[in-house]
Design a protein around this ligand. Structure first.
Ligand SMILES: [Zn+2]
Ligand SMILES: [Zn+2]
Length: 262
């Protein structure tokens, strides 16, 4: 009765946020260790954390559960953000840092010339049609670093670290931005690469690896998993924007996707 106006001093979002329980804390600890998990893993982890602390688990309320954690992370400029993988089209959750707006957020783990090379790699990926860049092109750009040159062996070592730290993916010598990188860096990428950045015509998320409409007046981009879903069961694939024939090979919808939609 002595502090009836206290609620007035708490911001609306704080007042609305529910307290974190042990199950939330356990989930957060796992996220801190892993950095990024797919939706299926998040569901399993949610169940596990609730079971471990005898908390009631509402499987269909995973996003609400995660929102509670995110609201408590906000003062630390962190957030658990949801995004889609360009590889498998599945939703993923990543623990992201919102304090730094660009690549400097990685400065505790990487030296200045390493960050410069990572920026150059992003430039090459953003400038490519395929959303990927070859190791050869990255090695060549390592020669022109302004901060401090990197030797070939140093560059190769750096690239494997960037893959291990889940900033880049590598397949047969081709590098792409990882899902974690896209989720975390999206605001930076949208600001820095305004003219180059494209959105997927189907899901409207930022797009790198994709198929492109070959009609020069159209040229829309669609993620590979979005292509698979959109054209599934259609007799003749036609561009959803200009209706031209879609000449690319249509990938199969991955089995994992239908499983996770149960
Ligand atoms: Zn898409
Ligand atoms: Zn088109």
């Amino acid at each position: 009765m002595t502090t009836p106006t206290l609620a007035g001093y708490i911001g609306p979002s704080r007042a609305m946020s529910r307290p974190m329980g042990d199950s939330h804390r356990r989930f957060l600890q796992a996220m801190m260790a892993k950095g990024i998990i797919n939706e299926q893993e998040a569901r399993a982890l949610h169940r596990h954390c609730c079971d471990a602390h005898n908390a009631h688990c509402a499987p269909d309320r995973l996003d609400e559960f995660i929102d509670v954690i995110s609201s408590h992370l906000q003062p630390m400029f962190m957030q658990i953000r949801k995004g889609m993988s360009e590889e498998d089209g599945l939703p993923y959750y990543a623990l992201v840092n919102m304090a730094e707006t660009d690549v400097t957020r990685m400065s505790s783990d990487y030296a200045d010339n390493e960050l410069e090379l990572f920026r150059k790699t992003m430039d090459l990926i953003l400038g490519s049609e395929t959303g990927s860049v070859s190791s050869t092109d990255i090695l060549n750009s390592a020669d022109s670093l302004q901060t401090k040159k990197l030797k070939k062996s140093e560059t190769e070592h750096l690239l494997s670290r960037l893959v291990m730290d889940k900033w880049l993916n590598e397949k047969r010598g081709e590098y792409t931005l990882s899902t974690r990188c896209i989720i975390e860096m999206e605001p930076y990428i949208r600001t820095m690469y305004q003219d180059q950045v494209k959105l997927c015509h189907i899901c409207h998320n930022i797009v790198f690896q994709c198929q492109i409409c070959e009609n020069p007046t159209c040229g829309i981009k669609i993620h590979n998993p979005c292509v698979a879903r959109y054209f599934k069961g259609r007799a003749e694939p036609r561009c959803p924007a200009c209706d031209d024939f879609w000449p690319h090979e249509i990938p199969e919808v991955r089995r994992l996707q239908s499983q996770s939609r149960r």
